[in-house]
Design a protein around this ligand. Sequence first.
Ligand code: DC
Length: 213
Amino acid sequence: MIIAIDGPAASGKGTLGKRVAAHYGLAHLDTGALYRAVARDALAAGGDLADAGAALAASRALDPATLGDPCLRTPALGEAASVVARDPDVRAALLAYQRDFARKRPGAVLDGRDIGTVICPDADVKLFVTASPEERARRRYKELEACGVNITEALVLADIRRRDERDSGRETAPLRQAEDAYLLDTTNLDIDAAFRAAIDLIDAAMGCAGRVV
Ligand code: DC
């Protein structure tokens, strides 16, 4: 069983992906972490993100064991990840890892931007999770504030809008809802309500409430 969850920055798809995976006993891959790690490694090697070679080298040498690094969650790496993710060669270098992850038994939940459209077009269920930019900025600002990051909500909103534009406007694998994806708008839902709505959609799509794999 493969579940694809796509959506824009700070839509809650990561938290949802983790909970959905635990609910069905599946593995979970936050594919945004791959692009964040590529940006981290390219920068650490002294590379300039405007230089395609640095990101490509980092994507080819990526060590998946480093994907749990908490430093990947910073706003700066989110922005840098969105920049390196425009490069079709970087995307190609990360494709096999994602597909292999999805194919392993008993199955997986992958969240990102192009899971339903490019990585797993044959996923059993596809969700497109979104929320208004203002609500996403509010949630992300609260998270950052709780971690002691000194930033304003207006700056977080500007960052989210810039990333939405870059991720949706790029030529290769842009952020978009797959034709057969269910839309889940979480603007007015807290995480528990969003989780229940996701499970209801998935169970209905699988044609049998509570079915596993
Ligand atoms: O989901 P996230 O915020 O951690 O993702 C960081 C960036 O990585 C995002 O702005 C665009 C890129 N990304 C992508 O292009 N494709 C994916 N499947 C996941 C993330």
